[in-house]
Structures are given as structure tokens and as C-alpha cells.
Design a protein around this ligand. Structure first.
Ligand SMILES: NC(=O)c1ccc[n+]([C@@H]2O[C@H](COP(=O)([O-])OP(=O)(O)OC[C@H]3O[C@@H](n4cnc5c(N)ncnc54)[C@H](OP(=O)(O)O)[C@@H]3O)[C@@H](O)[C@H]2O)c1
Length: 293
């Protein structure tokens, strides 16, 4: 009997994570552990997934998301049950910037849930993946972490921390069989965005038609994430993918041999990747093709 792929989702009630889970169960049955703060919400997600894939094993686990000992204990329970193939860390809360500016307790909580919490979960799983020398660790960050903006710099600062942390983790695991990926969504139509539509998207109702802004659907983020975690993308290591308004971009740390070549080629520096390519011949071939069309 084939062993089922073991997948863990932290923040499993997130709309983006739920779509990832649906994509994961739509193929071969998997063994899925859903971690969240609210057991009733987790059970709802689990029931939907069991209906979609009766042969998939779905486990739910309630956890504290901030207290380090609780996070450690949650992760230990999961790893004690066996080697993990994929971990997705998805949770996040779009902070009310105004409240964070006047209420330091709220500010601290937002920094914790968006920054420290994902880092602690990732670190706890990373330890076990390092021992097993196996697995893909995927984290959801945000484009909000790329620049400080007056409208959301507390949330952005926490997400920026996640970006830098993941970059270091990618460097740590370069050359190993552990793969670490970061996906930074742009505006995506989820409860997080809808609940803060005015703040986040700048429009209270159907922002897409009115503003002509292409907000992504959660399944689109799910597609990108599930692809990055798939065997098909096993050679894609050390990547941070931005999925924003139908555009995507990928950057990678130069620590990963496999991806250095791709980046060097994109930069037009194939020889930097140790690959001798006759660019003149390639360009001539391209010109000849163009002339034929
Ligand atoms: N939607 C966007 O436009 C957008 C853009 C960039 C990045 N992101 C990121 O994408 C990820 C997924 O979010 P989403 O868009 O799918 O939103 P979502 O559907 O609203 O999901 C948010 C998730 O975070 C959990 N969560 C919120 N506050 C929490 C807390 N204090 N403690 C523990 N868990 C908490 C929620 O749990 P409950 O179900 O228990 O509330 C839920 O699982 C987040 O990291 C978010 O920052 C989203």
C-alpha cells in the first residue's frame, strides 16, 4: 500500500489555505493535519475536505498561536506521528493600523500573530525536517512586508520579519533535501481582505469592477502555492514568489545551486552560472525564427 503524503496546515481555516487543501485532496488521497485556534471552524473545513476526498485522512488540532511552549507541544504531537512531507504556515491578521498606533497591547498582539507566531511554528517544524532531511516548508508572507506604508506598517513590519526569516531558513537548508518557500500574495479576495475592505483594498463593496483592480481569488494563490510544494517543482528551491494582480515574480537566494542558473539566465548572465552558452548563436537562431513567422 502506498504511504499517503503527509501535509500539515497551520492556520488551516484561512481561505487561501482551504483552497490549497482542496487542491491537495483532489488528486491522490493524502494525510492532512489542520491546525487552528478554533476547533469548530477547523471541523467545518475538515468536513468539507472529507466530503471531497473520503479516502483522505483529516485530523484537526487546536493550538495556541503565540505561546512558545504551546507551539512546541503542538508541533511535537504532529511530528511524533511520523515524517512530514509538506507544512504550510498560513495564518495572519490584517492589523488595524490606527489601533496599533494608540494601543500598544494591540500592536504587540498583531506583531506576534503575524511575525513571531509563524516564525516559531516554522522553526519548530524546521528542526524536525532537518533531522529527517526531508520536506517542504511553505510560508505565506505578504507584499505588505516589502515596504513600510503609513496605512499598514505594523502588519507590514511583521510580514517583513517573516520574509527575512524565511530567507535565512532557505540559506540554512540550501544543499539539503528540505525545501523552504515563501509566497507573498497581493490583494486577494478572502475574509481577511473583505473585513478590512476599506483599509486594505480602498473600496467598501465590489472593488474589482469599480476600481478595475484585479484582486486575486484565493484559489489562484492556492494554485501557485500547491505548485511550489509539488514534486513538479522539486528543483525550484529557495524561492520567494510574489503573486500579485495576475503577475508573478520569483526571487531566490543564491545559495541554491539549482536556481542560480535560472536566475543568471534571466539576468542575461549565463556564464555567471557556470554555463557556457553561445548567446550570439542563440540570438541568430531567434532572429531566424522571427523572420520565418
Ligand atoms: N487576502 C489578502 O489580500 C492577503 C494578502 C497578502 C497576504 N495575505 C496573507 O495570507 C494568509 C492567509 O490569509 P487569508 O487571506 O486566507 O485570510 P483569512 O481567510 O481571513 O484567514 C486568516 C487566517 O488567520 C487566522 N488568524 C487570524 N487571526 C489569528 C490569531 N490572532 N491567532 C491565530 N490565528 C489567527 C484565522 O483563523 P480563524 O479562522 O480562527 O479566524 C485564519 O485561519 C495570511 O498570512 C495573510 O496575512 C493575505
Amino acid at each position: 500500500m502506498k504511504i499517503k503524503k503527509r501535509i500539515v496546515i497551520v492556520g488551516a481555516t484561512s481561505a487561501i489555505a482551504t483552497h490549497c487543501a482542496r487542491l491537495w485532496v483532489q488528486g491522490i488521497p493524502v494525510d492532512l493535519t489542520l491546525v487552528g485556534r478554533d476547533i469548530a471552524r477547523l471541523e467545518r473545513v475538515a468536513a468539507d475536505l472529507r466530503t471531497r476526498s473520503p479516502e483522505t485522512d483529516v485530523h484537526v488540532l487546536q493550538s495556541d498561536f503565540v505561546e512558545p511552549r504551546a507551539i512546541q507541544s503542538t508541533v511535537s504531537k504532529i511530528v511524533d506521528a511520523g515524517v512530514i512531507d509538506i507544512v504550510l504556515i498560513a495564518h495572519g491578521s490584517l492589523s488595524d493600523q490606527g489601533t496599533c498606533q494608540t494601543d500598544l497591547i494591540a500592536c504587540k498582539q498583531e506583531l506576534e500573530v503575524n511575525g513571531i507566531s509563524p516564525v516559531l511554528f516554522a522553526e519548530a517544524f524546521a528542526e524536525h525536517m532537518a533531522i529527517a532531511d526531508h520536506g517542504t516548508l511553505a510560508v505565506i508572507g505578504s507584499v505588505a512586508g516589502d515596504r513600510g506604508r503609513k496605512s499598514n506598517y505594523v502588519y507590514g513590519a511583521a510580514k517583513g520579519m517573516v520574509t527575512r526569516y524565511v530567507q535565512g531558513l532557505q540559506h540554512r537548508f540550501a544543499g539539503s533535501r528540505v525545501k523552504v518557500v515563501l509566497i507573498k500574495p497581493g490583494p486577494t479576495d478572502t475574509p481577511l481582505a473583505q473585513a478590512n475592505a476599506e483599509l486594505w483594498l480602498g473600496h467598501g463593496k465590489d472593488f474589482r469592477d469599480e476600481a478595475g483592480v484585479e484582486v486575486l481569488a484565493p484559489v489562484e494563490q492556492g494554485n501557485a502555492l500547491v505548485f511550489l510544494c509539488s514534486d513538479a517543482a522539486s528543483g525550484v528551491a529557495g524561492h520567494c514568489m510574489i503573486v500579485d494582480r495576475a503577475e508573478s515574480a520569483a526571487g531566490n537566494t543564491s545559495a541554491h545551486e539549482g536556481s542560480i542558473m535560472g536566475t543568471a539566465m534571466m539576468l542575461g548572465r549565463p556564464t555567471a552560472a557556470g554555463v557556457e552558452i553561445d548567446m550570439e548563436a542563440l540570438m541568430a537562431e531567434y532572429a531566424a525564427q522571427q523572420a520565418q513567422e
